[in-house]
Design a protein around this ligand. Structure first.
Ligand code: BJW
Ligand code: ZN
Length: 238
């Protein structure tokens, strides 16, 4: 199985990788669903929706501030490093992630298509100005805009919101055109990201899935490698 995956990776001309929270799990970043997942402790609708933010921006910001602080203490793992190395060897590799943690960037990946935004970006709800903010803990919660004093929000995508302009289109184009899609550590239940898997298949690409467990797309992929991303991925470039 792993030999087959290695061969397909070697043969691919237009490869794409799609990652989810599972790739950061071995760095100590909690996933959303499943045992130990964030949604076991918190309700998504209380924290990851525009309505929740409108209702209680302080509560939502406290949750993001807590997650930003935790991220300060973690490092990219062998899974992130594999993808950065693969991109270094093969600059045509397109990396699409649902993660907001910035660990792909820190591992050295460039031009990451971040479907759900970036936890280190903030956006003003009044003037729309977007800036990078790596302060954790934040000095003021909720934080306010340096330009207009408006309320800032995390630069992430909540349920019911559109994906960042341009990013989704680029991801869709890359997947429509790819000959190999490597899907890593996602439960494949959040749309439109999850739709990239059937889309790659319908355009004739080979699809390899790496996950600890089976997901709703496992039955449709060409190869399903069950195990930890940090252990399986480094084996793929040998
Ligand atoms: C390992 C491992 C290891 C562990 N190695 N593996 C019906 C059809 C289509 C769409 C919808 C629908 N009903 C509702 C919708 C819309 C909604 C949606 O998809 N909901 C579903 C849940 C039903 N989608 C949206 O709202 C999106 N926007 C949209 O559709 O816009 C159009 C629109 C506008 C207006 C109205 C309606 C539509 C936006 C989605 C935004 C998602 N945001 C979040 C939060 C981001 C900010 C933050 O971090 O706080 O994004 S939710 C959360 O889920 C986060 C993730 O990126 C995303 C996906 O999760 P992921 O990455 O898959 O993680 P997990 O935890 O689910 O899975 C981890 C996996 O790793 C597991 O499989 C483990 O087994 C595995 N694993 N350790 C390998 N070591
Ligand atoms: Zn502003």
């Amino acid at each position: 199985m792993i030999e087959k995956a290695r061969e397909w990776i070697r043969e691919s001309r237009r490869p794409v990788a799609l990652t989810g929270a599972g790739i950061s799990a071995e760095s100590g970043v909690p996933t959303f669903r499943g045992a130990g997942g964030l949604w076991r402790q918190f309700r998504a609708e209380d924290l990851a929706t525009p309505q929740a933010f409108h209702r209680d921006p302080k509560l939502v910001w406290e949750w993001y501030d807590f997650r930003r602080q935790s991220l300060k203490g973690v490092e990219p793992n062998a899974g992130h490093t594999f993808l950065a190395r693969w991109q270094m060897r093969r600059p045509e590799v397109v990396l699409i992630t649902q993660n907001v943690d910035g660990l792909h960037d820190r591992a050295g990946s460039r031009n990451v298509l971040k479907l759900h935004g970036d936890i280190w970006m903030v956006r003003c709800t009044v003037c729309g100005r977007e800036t990078r903010n790596e302060e954790a803990p934040l000095d003021e919660i909720p934080p306010s805009c340096a330009d207009c004093t408006g309320l800032l929000r995390p630069g992430v995508v909540w349920f019911g919101e559109s994906l960042p302009p341009g990013v989704w289109e680029r991801a869709e184009d890359a997947v429509d055109d790819c000959d190999l899609l490597l899907v890593v550590g996602t439960s494949a239940v959040v749309y439109p990201a999850a739709g990239l898997v059937p889309s790659a298949k319908s355009h004739g690409a080979r699809v390899i899935e790496v996950n600890l467990e089976e997901t709703p797309v496992s039955g449709t992929v060409d190869l399903s490698l069950l195990g930890k991303a940090g252990e399986i991925l480094p084996e793929l470039l040998r």
